[in-house]
Design a protein around this ligand. Sequence first.
Ligand code: SF4
Length: 242
Amino acid sequence: MPRWGMVIDLDRCIGCEACVVACQAENNVPINTEDVYHQRRAIAWIRVERYWEGEYPNIKARYIPVPCMQCTNAPCEPVCPVYATYHTTEGINMQVYNRCIGTRYCAVNCHWHVRFFNFWEPKWPDSLKNQLNPDVTVRSRGVMEKCNFCVHRIVKAEQKAKVEKRALRTDEVTTACAQACPTNAIVFGDLDDPNSAVSKLLAQAEQEGRVYRLLEDLGTDPKVYYLKKIDVAAAAEPAATH
Ligand code: SF4
């Protein structure tokens, strides 16, 4: 049984947001217009946060893509009164749209702000209606939604493997954000498969002391790992002597 996870290398991320666009298109996320942003009701299953480091003119931009952290001990789950969010056997934190009654308790209890409420019926311009993904449910007004590691892709790959009477191949499935990233900053795969790209990357980065997770002290055991940015200039500075 795979245990799906993701590694995001911040050294490779250039903040282009191709991952965001790919996710919106893949998962039928409605278009976020300017008024929606102003009302703080934009929906983005993955967002790219930008930080500025240093003082002008020596300023550096830092980018951190933030999808659902897919916590093993997900704080959003026990607060749902109708069991609309739960864990699959493969460890994916899922949202059952037709069970959700819109209390939004899960959003309040998520520390990463990666759960979104549909305040309106979703709308697309006519020119985009034919591009909706038939494998993904269009969510209606009044329900929560979030990143689910492109679970429809995983299910499809598992069904294909079953029809072909074989096991799922290592790295046979990936998410839309990982597929679209031009710098391969995002890698998705089975954390329990030592031969998967994600496991190899993690093993190497752990030796280098580059691995961390967002707010990992909270003990929720996220399955999204980040690789620390290496500041080449700072690393080249000679160590202070006393
Ligand atoms: S597509 Fe890749 S490089 Fe671009 S913002 Fe997303 S993670 Fe960063």
